[in-house]
Ligand binder design. Structure first.
Ligand code: ATP
Ligand code: MG
Length: 230
């Protein structure tokens, strides 16, 4: 039985959605019934289909037909942290943590394993005193950290690992998204991250000229040891 995971990033826009999607498709390809979740999504809603593009990419990749309000229980129409968005006078919904936990539980009853995409980074606020770190602990999930290669990434990666440790979160490993042309050499970055944090780099994802879920899944199936996720 495959474990469930929470996927965070060292920042927004590092590739959490595509990497979660790629993992989900790779696992689906090898016969695992994997579900996906984006507890909170924020931003301008899409005109067609799911309100959140992330939820669409994740659901398509995992090949699930779960209702939108189960995969993404809360959507705020402001591109900001859930905490910031919820305070906006145009947003009438409040953060409902019980709803998030109930939806996660339901998804775990439907699927063998759930991959939960976080919002922004590990300290993105959900309430004034409740961060993504607290959500990871309440969901009782191990963490996968997505990082990029841009110079400055070591700072963000080390901060994320140290915070996870401080919150008692188990970190399964780090995935490097090699998307920055003038960034670190991935092999050097891997060594430095592992030496400094003691956390394993699970692998690298190359830059794709055209993002394609099958290509992404192939990287996970061919270059990663998916068995360690068990
Ligand atoms: N390996 C890659 N090759 C090419 N483009 C990529 C790659 N990874 C991500 N991208 C692009 O980078 C952007 C950010 O990726 P993604 O949406 O997965 O980030 P995110 O961390 O989920 O962001 P958010 O915090 O908004 O949820 C997207 O436009 C995506 O198409
Ligand atoms: Mg995303």
């Amino acid at each position: 039985m495959l474990k469930s995971y929470f996927i965070t990033g060292t920042d927004t826009d590092v590739g959490k959605t595509w990497i979660t999607a790629g993992l989900a498709r790779a696992l689906r390809n090898i016969g695992i019934d994997v579900g996906v979740m984006k507890p909170f999504a924020t931003g301008k809603p899409q005109k067609i289909g799911f309100k959140s593009k992330d939820v669409e990419i994740l659901s398509d990749a995992a090949k699930v037909n779960d209702p939108e309000n189960l995969v993404n229980p809360q959507f705020f129409q402001i591109p900001a942290s859930p905490y910031t968005a919820m305070k906006n006078p145009n947003v009438h919904e409040k953060v409902d943590l019980n709803l998030i936990l109930q939806c996660f539980k339901k998804l775990t009853e439907i699927h063998e394993s759930i991959f939960v995409e976080g919002m922004g980074g590990i300290m993105t606020p959900i309430l004034k005193n409740y961060f993504v770190t607290d959500l990871i602990n309440d969901l009782n999930l191990e963490l996968i950290i997505v990082t990029r290669t841009r110079i400055g990434t070591l700072n963000h990666t080390i901060l994320t690992c140290k915070l996870a440790k401080q919150y008692g979160i188990r970190v399964k490993g780090i995935i490097i998204n090699d998307i920055d042309p003038d960034g670190y050499d991935v092999k050097i970055l891997k060594d430095d991250i592992e030496d400094i944090t003691g956390i394993s780099v699970l692998g690298f994802i190359p830059f794709f000229q055209t993002l394609d879920i099958d290509q992404m899944a192939k990287i996970f199936q061919n270059n990663f040891d998916l068995k360690i996720l068990n």
